[in-house]
Design a protein around this ligand. Structure first.
Ligand SMILES: O=C1C[C@@](O)(C(=O)O)C[C@@H](O)[C@@H]1O
Length: 216
């Protein structure tokens, strides 16, 4: 299981203040570009690549966790077209922006901040059919049975579609188990924090490393 640590700088200054040494044990960095002013993105992209030049980097412009529309379809498409080839992976909210054609390094990403949907299997299948590099789903469980359902569904899907990489997680407190047991239930990456969390329930990078040491 690879450990991805998101960074969420709100300005070029905040970006320059991030200390690379704190991220050494991360396998990958996710740059959450949605916190940065639009006009600074190109310069910030260069900085992010320079700062984390030894790591694989995901470019993400998240809209699904916002309560209001933050970007037009046109601008989202422009961002994807500009940055897809610049980074190792690019996160794409294909259900929200269906007109985007997935580039070869696409993470087809979908979040449900209210539930683990009953039709999770149909949703994951639809994502697989689009043939992205990675299928990523994050949902909010209401109870532990939801967490188990997400894990069990991920096992089923990863066995059925052996060549597809899946990344799934249950967010919030009760979903925490999914953040360090990925290898056991077919999820290939986990998102961990260094200082600021980018989603509810994320564990600190240092905690994930300690837990993995105990359970391995
Ligand atoms: O899609 C994901 C997963 C995530 O939502 C999580 O729950 O850890 C965190 C986001 O930064 C990332 O883009």
């Amino acid at each position: 299981m690879k450990i991805v640590v998101p960074i969420m700088p709100r300005s070029l200054i905040e970006l320059s203040e991030l200390e690379e040494s704190k991220f050494i044990q991360a396998d990958m960095i996710e740059w959450r570009a949605d916190f940065m002013p639009f006009s600074d993105l190109e310069m910030a992209a260069r900085e992010v690549k320079k700062k984390f030049n030894k790591k694989e980097i995901i470019f993400t412009y998240r809209t699904e966790d916002k309560s209001e529309i933050i970007i037009s379809k046109e601008n989202y498409a422009k961002i994807i077209a500009t940055f897809a080839s610049e980074f190792d992976y690019i996160d794409i909210e294909k259900f929200t922006f269906p007109e985007i054609v997935l580039p070869e390094n696409a993470i087809f990403s979908y979040h449900d901040f209210e539930k683990i949907p009953e039709n999770l299997s149909d949703i994951l299948t639809e994502m697989v059919v689009a043939m992205p590099k990675i299928v990523k789903f994050a949902g909010m469980p209401q109870n532990f049975a939801d967490v188990l359902r997400l894990m069990s569904e991920t096992i089923t899907m990863s066995e059925k579609y052996e060549t597809q990489t899946f990344v799934t997680m249950a967010m919030g407190e009760i979903g925490k188990i999914t953040r360090f047991m990925g290898d056991e239930f077919g999820s290939s990456w986990t998102f961990a924090t260094v200082e600021t969390a980018s989603a509810p329930g994320q564990l600190a990078l240092s905690d994930i490393l300690s837990i993995r040491k105990i359970i391995n």
